[in-house]
Design a protein around this ligand. Structure first.
Ligand code: COA
Length: 384
């Protein structure tokens, strides 16, 4: 082992905090100044002016598309939207009480069996698989959501409607309101990419072994499932429902802090100030509340929770906090919240896999050994 490779204790950073583990041109986070850019474009501009499809194109190909490129890309997505009957039937066989992310992980893995290019490692095939995954994941998630309730699969819209409208139609079996479509589209833009977060890192590690696109994505889905990562959105909504009324916010926060419980949807490894996505999501949650009096209380509780957590613990809310009331008000069941995150993040994950493979080196770090040393082997019969 060369000196360079010898693991030194001071080189160890628990949770890899502060470690630079990749070179990437997909996304730039400035955690000190609460800035987030996809391929050089500020997230606030993208959420205001772009669409999920255009943002996915930007992430995957590196540039904003021309009108012709965007229309071609949208057509490709639409033509790839449906999922094989075998995948629908397989999902319908899943037990009813499983974790929705376990279901998504298994369904996407199964989907790979129907992709003739699954093991084609060329850049062109990887880009085609990326487009297929971005296009098909909404149908997989809608199918999962309906199957869990014993309902039949509804095929995606084939017309010119975007991903958000098609998804809501597949999930609910009816046309969604324009505001619901708009908010979901913005949600998809905001969640599409976030640098070397845990699930993207997992995808890049798997890709770096020269495994395949689907395996990398399945690794990412398994990683997103965790409460400290993607599942924080559903856990945040559970907290908001548990609070139940604005009058109970203060006592809920006091109790959580006293008992050292994690407040879901708060805190961030990288942002030292506000999470820029939470700024847009707060506006979206407020807009939805203004349009839906029945659901407005979730925004009111969220707003008060955010203030109380800041006053008592100086913690900012993160992307998952206002995602919760946005998704809930749009009518997404709580157990589909994290799969919704995956629908959006598919764009970022696949862009990172393509990037990783464009200049690949096996990702294989070291550990600093703290276990026992120089033990003498005792034969089994002599161990007591
Ligand atoms: C995101 C998260 C994992 C980042 O963790 P991290 O960088 O490892 O930060 P730490 O867990 O070391 O937290 C640092 C301090 O803030 C506190 N803290 C951080 N997030 C907290 C939360 N959500 N609720 C209560 N306290 C929190 C920790 O208890 C710790 O306090 P201490 O120094 O008094 O012990 C963490 O903030 C968290 O668990 N958040 C809740 C889950 C969540 O919302 N995840 C989605 C992230 S986008």
């Amino acid at each position: 082992m060369t000196e360079k490779m010898k693991p030194a204790k001071d080189a160890f950073s628990k949770g890899l905090e502060g470690v630079v583990a990749a070179q990437s041109g997909v996304c730039r986070i400035d955690g000190q100044n609460s800035q987030l850019h996809y391929r050089g474009y500020n997230i606030h501009d993208l959420v205001r002016y772009s669409t999920f499809e255009e943002t996915a194109y930007l992430l995957l190909f590196g540039n904003l598309p021309t009108a012709a490129q965007l229309s071609g890309f949208e057509k490709q997505l639409i033509s790839e939207r449906n999922i094989p009957d075998e995948v629908v039937r397989f999902i319908q066989l899943f037990p009813k009480d499983i974790h929705s992310m376990a279901a998504l992980r298994t369904a996407i893995s199964y989907l790979s069996f129907f992709d003739k290019e699954a093991d084609d490692k060329s850049v062109e095939a990887n880009v085609r698989k990326a487009i297929r995954l971005i296009a098909k994941t909404p149908a997989v998630v809608a199918c999962l959501g309906r199957a869990q309730k014993g309902e039949k699969f509804i095929a995606p819209k084939t017309g010119t409607v975007g991903t958000a409208a098609s998804f809501l139609y597949m999930l609910k079996g009816k046309e969604a309101l324009a505001i619901e479509v708009k908010m979901l589209d913005q949600y998809f833009i905001l969640l599409a990419e976030h640098d070397l977060n845990a699930s993207t890192f997992a995808a890049r590690i798997t890709a770096s072994t020269l495994s395949d696109m689907y395996s990398a994505i399945v690794s990412a889905i398994g990683t997103l499932k965790g409460d400290l990562h993607g599942s924080a959105n559903s856990r945040a909504m559970e907290s908001i429902l548990e609070v139940g009324d604005v009058s109970r916010v203060e006592s809920y926060v006091d109790d959580a802090l006293q008992n050292k419980k994690k407040l879901m949807g708060f805190g961030h490894r990288v942002y030292k100030g506000p999470d820029p996505r939470a700024i847009d999501l707060r506006v979206m949650a407020r807009t939805l509340a203004e349009h839906n009096a029945e659901q407005a209380k979730w925004y009111a509780i969220s707003e008060k929770l955010e203030k109380a957590v800041w006053e008592k613990k100086k913690l900012n809310c993160n992307v998952d906090f206002y995602s919760a009331s946005v998704l809930y008000t749009v009518g997404i069941p709580i157990d589909l919240f994290t799969p919704m995150f995956a629908v959006s993040r598919m764009a970022g994950w696949t862009a990172h896999v393509v990037e990783q493979l464009s200049d690949n080196r096996l990702i294989r770090p070291l550990s600093y050994y703290v276990g026992r040393k120089d033990e003498s082997y005792v034969p089994l019969a002599k161990r007591g």
